[in-house]
Ligand binder design. Sequence first.
Ligand SMILES: *[C@@H]1O[C@H](CO)[C@@H](O)[C@H](O)[C@H]1NC(C)=O
Length: 422
Amino acid sequence: MALLGFGNILLLLLLFGNSLGAPGSFSVDYKKDCFRKDGEEFRFISGSIHYSRIPRVYWKDRLLKMYMAGLNAIQTYIPWNYHEESPGQYSFSGERDMEYFLQLAQDIGLMVILRPGPYICGEWDMGGLPAWLLNKKDIVLRSSDPDYIAAVDKWMGKLLPMIKPYLYQNGGPIITVQVENEYGSYFACDYNYMRHLTKLFRSHLGEEVVLFTTDGAGLQFLKCGSIQGVYATVDFGPGNVTAAFNAQRHAEPHGPLVNSEYYTGWLDHWGSPHFVVSSAAVAKSLNEMLAMGANVNMYMFIGGTNFGYWNGANSPYGPQPTSYDYDAPLSEAGDLTKKYFAIRDVIKMYRKMPEGPIPPTTPKYGYGTVGMKRLQTISDALEMLSSFSGPVKSIYPQTFIELNQAFGYSICVSGRGGCGDY
Ligand SMILES: *[C@@H]1O[C@H](CO)[C@@H](O)[C@H](O)[C@H]1NC(C)=O
């Protein structure tokens, strides 16, 4: 009952605290190798959480658990295709209410590291790029291709003005904004594209906001991924942190050390066992980084779920499953794990911990056996299953793009001869 009471108090705080704060300053200090927030030395200990992978009703619970672990920031992606499923049709309400998510983070006391793409990777469908971009057959994604740039400019022209009031400079929780995502791992290595994005972000968000890039901790990645005027950071999992930060120092001889994706676990692929990384290994390298004064974002702190068909796939074709548990410190269901407490014990050595109880793991309920009944054959149910425009008749099988279908399945039902028999 004590825990329930605490929840009620928090709710009241959130109801009254629902507004942006006073304008502040946030910058990179190249002399003292740190960030500065309102003039004070600042170091973030952050965790990744993707609002698109967690039902809205649980956002507050998960954010509070992150706060109670000792984090002072969160990091999140904005998936373009989730907010603009059809060209020009924007969706920012209900489960997709990104602004509400940012507001919740701020009310709980967490800064935000924002990663608006346009490409996000994140094991998300097409890395967050909308499927309709492929209507132009020879489009070169993530490059200076004029059709791609035109779509990016339009989307960012919608998104970035929404973000602007949430910048720390404007009284919001956002301290830094990432440009693109691990661009140095992409074949195109198009500096004009990265320069264009930088200018675009600056024109909408202003000159003051700290922009950054993230790349693998190797010179070969930083070569195409980093760009002048945008702070270069790296990502890496447990291991030799000195060697990894040496790579960042090559791109940024001065300024704060930043691991933008410290891997607490790893993604899964269909057909392979669930990936696990030991709590001890995660805690050890975290401790080493914090002892060096580095800024760390744990990827993921809670993975969540790929609902619908929003899971991504790697090439050669290896799709991610529905679960994005990631072996993260908070489980897919948001439960506290051994890893959560191991991480919390490390953070405790470097930061004053917030007071109060940690929200408990939610009760689980056994739903018993679910019976499956045979209803109809695919051919019989064809009209009902073809929810887009009814069955499509064609001599040759069509691609999803030709069918104007971004997700799900297309089933080939042949009249005679059989599918593919042409
Ligand atoms: C870690 O990397 C550094 C720099 O490359 C190297 O000097 C050191 O020996 C490495 N430590 C271990 C334990 O491998």
